[in-house]
Design a protein around this ligand. Structure first.
Ligand code: AMP
Ligand code: GLY
Length: 424
């Protein structure tokens, strides 16, 4: 089968690596891909958000199956467009991707169908929003409704910070249309975990558990990022918690979406807070997490492609996936200045030697390009070094041993990935 993966990050590199190994895959393309992905797939220079360009390419190259990595093309209706043209695609329709595309939509759905999440109100008027914040007090959370490239959420420790976040979105238009409405919600206390379920519109299959590290600095300090590292399994997601999450959050959401005429297919990524009152939904994403996908692909023993196809074909019921028992851990290497102002263009050397030093460690590319024959940084998150080993401690030391061989003085990483899992 001829497969096209859409996207260019570490998540898509991991997907390409796994799909390339599938017995069903005869040819693999990636739009637009990156220099690392080029080892596993033929990269084509079409942006992930160029819906018409992707459709035209898929038609011309007789692509059998398109796997969409990032949220923007999903929310913009890439899957709808491909399916309407007779090309099978993995991922939710635009109507279903509203679970990520509109936080207000998701909160209303949770309220209507009794799915546990933080208490909230929606606002388009800054004065009203501030009045609510003052009445509730801090800490409190302010979120732009739409896609804001991971920058739309403010966890405000004071009422003044919450008011400033409201002004950013509603008065100063910092997020454009994505911030024309805000959700103000209760601050939840607990441990965070990423929960992934593969769905086909009706059935849901829980994937392996994972946790990422959102803050940029060691010890979970500094600004939020897309994720600085991840590991799987996440010890805090016990089988009992997984069962509760499936029963109270994932399955009710699928039933609700079907009832609303928006059946959800693809991977449903629930950001969870494990509170003392049980797991609560922080947010939904309509895609795999990045870098959580990297550790999931490492641990996946089964062929990934039949699972993605079963999701698309609506035949997931009874489907099973096998996972390695070992721990996979992924460290993100980012460019100086990330997340606020990453510096692009610095040279990266020594990757081949670093990779050869431990054949069981994978180096996924996230934001790289070749400039005049030289590999350079081309984004905030640039490389992902992922290891799998019998223990968290060993996976971590093997990942860092490879990182220490990479010659990239302008790059940095957290040195404490996996600390929660190591804590015991
Ligand atoms: P998001 O960009 O929606 O993933 O949110 C970024 C981060 O903000 C989450 O990973 C949480 O750490 C935090 N967060 C979001 N909503 C809440 C909430 N209601 N209570 C506590 N923390 C939250
Ligand atoms: N790692 C968080 C995300 O993919 O949104």
């Amino acid at each position: 089968m001829r497969v096209l993966v859409v996207g260019s990050g570490g998540r898509e590199h991991a997907l390409c690596w796994a799909i390339a190994a599938s017995t069903l895959c005869d040819a693999l393309y990636c739009a637009p891909g990156n220099p690392g992905i080029a080892a596993d797939a033929t990269c084509v220079p079409i942006a992930a958000t160029d819906i018409d360009g992707i459709l035209a390419f898929a038609q011309k190259e007789k692509i059998d199956f398109v796997v969409v990595g990032p949220e923007a093309p999903l929310v913009a209706g890439l899957v709808d467009k491909l399916e309407a043209a007779g090309i099978a695609a993995f991922g939710p329709s635009a109507l279903a991707a509203a679970l990520e595309g509109s936080k207000g939509f998701t909160k209303d759905l949770c309220a209507k169908y009794d799915i546990p999440t933080a208490a909230y109100r929606r606002f388009t008027d800054a004065g009203e929003a501030k009045k609510y914040v003052r009445a509730q007090g801090a800490p409190i959370v302010v979120k732009a409704d739409g896609l804001a490239a991971g920058k739309g959420v403010t966890v405000a420790e004071t009422v003044a910070q919450a008011e400033a976040a409201i002004d950013d979105a509603l008065t100063d238009n910092r997020f454009g249309d994505a911030g024309a409405e805000v959700v103000v919600e209760e601050f939840l206390v607990g441990e965070e975990a990423s929960f992934f379920a593969l769905t086909d519109g009706k059935a849901a299959l829980a994937l392996a558990s994972a946790q990422d590290h959102k803050r940029v600095g060691d010890g979970d300090v500094g600004p939020n990022t897309g994720g600085m590292g991840a590991y799987s399994p996440a010890p805090c997601v016990t089988p009992a918690i997984e069962a509760v999450v499936m029963e109270t959050i994932i399955r009710p959401t699928l039933a609700a979406m079907a009832k609303e005429g928006r059946p959800y297919k693809g991977v449903l990524y629930a950001g969870l807070m494990l509170t003392k009152d049980g797991p609560k939904l922080i947010e939904y994403n309509a895609r795999f997490g990045d870098p959580e996908c990297q550790v999931l692909m490492l641990r996946l023993k089964s062929d990934v492609l039949p699972a993605l196809l079963a999701s698309r074909d609506g035949v997931l019921d009874g489907f099973d996936l096998r996972w390695h028992d070992e721990t996979a851990l992924c460290v993100v290497m980012a460019a100086e200045g990330y997340p606020d102002d990453p510096k692009k263009g610095s040279a990266i050397n020594g990757l081949a030697d670093a990779a050869a030093s431990d054949p069981d460690v994978r180096i996924f590319h996230a934001g790289t390009k070749i400039l005049d024959g030289q590999l350079v940084a081309d984004g905030g998150r640039v490389l992902n070094v992922a290891a799998m080993a019998p223990t968290v401690a060993e996976a971590r030391s093997r990942a860092y041993a490879v990182i220490d061989r990479i010659d990239w003085p302008q790059g940095f990483c957290r040195r404490d990935i996996g600390w929660r899992a190591l804590k015991g």
